[in-house]
Design a protein around this ligand. Structure first.
Ligand SMILES: [Zn+2]
Length: 213
C-alpha cells in the first residue's frame, strides 16, 4: 500500500474535525500532498466508518493512482490549489457553523481579537460563489486567497490551506473559534477592528515567539 503512514495521519485529522465539531457526518475533507500525489478522503463515507485504507491517492491531474473508492467530490478544488500553490501541503474543507454563517452573509471576518491576528494576520477574505464538483471553487478561492491561506466560500463553507496537516488543522480549529467570537461581538454591537499595524505586529510576534523553541 502507498503512503500507509500518511493515510493514518489523514484518518486522525478527519476524526479531529469531528471532535472539534467542524464537520457533520460525511461533509468536509482533508487532503495531503506528497510529491506528485495527493491523498484525499473517499466520497460520502461517514467519519465513524472512515478507515485509513479507504483514503484515495490521486495524481495532480486527478487520475486515481490507488484506492477502491471514488475520491471526494471536492478533489478538483484541492488539486487546483495544489497545482497553483507551491507551498501548499494540506488542504481542509469544512462547513463549520460560525465560519459558514459569515460565508452565507458574504462578509469577510474582520480582525477583532488578538487570536485572529496571531494565527491569520489579516481579515478572512471571501471567494465568489462557485458550484461544487469542478475547478470553479478552486479558481474563485485562489483569486480571493491572501497570506493566511484561509478563505470563506460564498454560501458554502471554508477552505484552509496549510504547510502540513497539523498547520491546516490548527487553522481550521482557530477559524471556527474566531468566527464564533466575532459573530457574537458583532451581534452585540459594532466592534472596532484591531489596527493593521497591531495585527501585523501580533502576527510577527506569534510566529517568532509563541510555543516551544
Ligand atoms: Zn462543501
Amino acid at each position: 500500500m502507498l503512503y500507509e503512514n500518511e493515510k493514518r495521519i489523514l484518518q486522525e485529522a478527519h476524526l479531529m474535525l469531528e471532535r472539534y465539531n467542524l464537520a457533520a457526518y460525511t461533509s468536509g475533507n482533508v487532503s495531503l500532498r506528497v510529491d506528485q500525489h495527493v491523498i484525499i478522503k473517499p466520497s460520502g463515507i461517514p467519519y465513524s466508518k472512515l478507515m485509513y485504507e479507504d483514503m484515495v491517492v490521486v495524481g495532480l491531474n486527478g487520475e486515481v493512482v490507488e484506492g477502491n473508492k471514488a475520491p471526494s467530490v471536492d478533489t478538483a478544488t484541492h488539486l487546483h490549489l495544489f497545482n497553483h500553490l507551491d507551498w501548499a501541503r494540506s488542504i481542509i474543507h469544512t462547513h463549520s457553523t460560525f465560519a459558514t454563517v459569515w460565508a452565507i452573509m458574504e462578509k469577510p471576518i474582520p480582525v477583532l481579537c488578538t487570536a485572529h491576528a496571531d494565527v491569520f494576520g489579516e481579515e478572512i477574505p471571501i471567494a465568489e460563489y462557485a458550484p461544487v464538483g469542478s475547478e470553479a471553487i478552486g479558481k474563485s478561492a485562489l483569486k480571493a486567497l491572501r497570506k493566511s491561506g484561509t478563505v470563506l466560500l460564498s454560501k458554502h463553507g471554508v477552505l484552509i490551506i496549510g504547510t502540513s496537516v497539523d498547520d491546516s488543522l490548527k487553522k481550521a480549529i482557530f477559524l471556527e473559534e474566531v468566527a464564533r467570537v466575532s459573530y457574537f461581538s458583532s451581534a452585540w454591537g459594532n466592534p472596532t477592528s484591531l489596527s493593521n499595524s497591531e495585527v501585523q505586529r501580533l502576527f510577527d510576534q506569534y510566529k517568532s515567539k509563541y510555543g516551544q523553541r
